[in-house]
Design a protein around this ligand. Sequence first.
Ligand SMILES: [Zn+2]
Length: 509
Amino acid sequence: MKNIFITTPIYYVNDVPHIGHSYTTIIADVLSRYQRLLGNNVFFLTGTDEHGQKIEKSAEQRGLQPRELVDSVVLRYKELWEKLNISYDYFVRTTDEQHKRIVQEVFQKIYEKGYIYLGNYEGLYCSPCESYFTATQAVEGKCPDCGRDLVLLQEEAFFFKLSAFQDKLLAYIKQNEQFVLPHTRKNEVVSFIEQGLEDLCISRSSISWGIEVPELGIELKNKHYIYVWFDALLNYITAIQYMENEKVFQQHWPAYVQLIGKDILKFHCIIWPAMLMALDLELPEHVFGHGFIYQGGEKMSKSKGNVLDPNKIIEEYSVDAFRYYITREIVFGLDGTYSDVNMRQRYNSDLANDFGNLLNRTLSMMGRYFEFKVGKSNEAQLSEAELILKKEVHDLEIRIRQNMQDFKLSIVLEDIFSVIRKANKYIEDNMPWKLYKEEQIDKLSNIMIQLLETIKVVTTWLSPFMPQTAQKVYEQLNISWQEKNLYNWGYFKEGMLLNKPEPLFPRKE
Ligand SMILES: [Zn+2]
């Protein structure tokens, strides 16, 4: 049994949850459920990023205290995760006392190690982005990220000595091929580091909605608050009680995979690893930067008004259909598109026709021919052609294990559905109805058992992607969810009773 720590980014509560947040979180959930299926000890962390000037301002605009605003948005996230069946183990909030306390302890520790120092910062500042830019980074005097006006600001500030980690970081990324994934993103990170890393300003005195810089025993002109990104990144170790509970921390760290969107690559593949190096901590095994989901060829954004509400898709097609679409249709790592036409097609062809139908016709035949009672099994009587499904199912496991390790989720689903289609063809080829007429009951029973085993195994491999559906299939097959190793062949024994079929995915016209 391995300890597996999986994280999503913590989401900024200036925005309500949309399809992009759902995407990352569903993937993290699939990976977590898969690892649990293998018997590993998973700790799945998600949460919210709640500090910073943007929050302070938008609370003010709404006549709220920042705390009231963040509490209400956090609720929206938690509700959506419940709806999407997200099985997180811990929900971290950057306003949690534990988080704030540990962030201050870490700040002090890095300061004492000499990687944080007090200096003077002058730069072009974008207030909505809460970022400073150099003159070369600015695009015609405007913010390179959002295009808004930049203002020249100067302040006493703390700096993180990012430049000290440039060579070490570069060497690490080059030596550890699997650290930044997919590999195209690795190249992006490498070329960015090669341009040279500058020290990073990590405190603000212009804001007050944040974590105060701890008492360091030095004279300061102003009260300083910790830069929101520095605060936020630390959630990955404050949540597992770094510096406070060594046993818990050692059990989980380093993370197995940290999932992020490609827009926050620099933070997670440069700043975050450098912070870990400053603390003498190991780096996560993988940081995976996934692509964006577009609609009609455009990136979704609030200003374009084309943001997809996951709630609507769930209402129309079911939670599992949405989870399936997002993991099957979008190649993990690349950009993808949401389209209702594709969604409908996947739903009707893959889920209703292929999978739903396989279960339905198999159980119907079991009812008709065996009154839902599993018959005798004698594989020795089956010919090579009749055993073909068992071999397919066996080979499937080998491919799934490899592809899940490589985070090729859409290929895993493609493989599973290919076996489902083969099982449907197996029915056509073996014509159980003919065997029944000819009263070849032993052979018929054998073939039905091959089908039942296949359905049980593919359902189990599908369960990380579609947990609710797996539950329904198990119920119809009269199998307890608690049973172990359901991905192994050889569950059904003579005399076991099955339940009546119920449609899993009613067709949408
Ligand atoms: Zn900006």
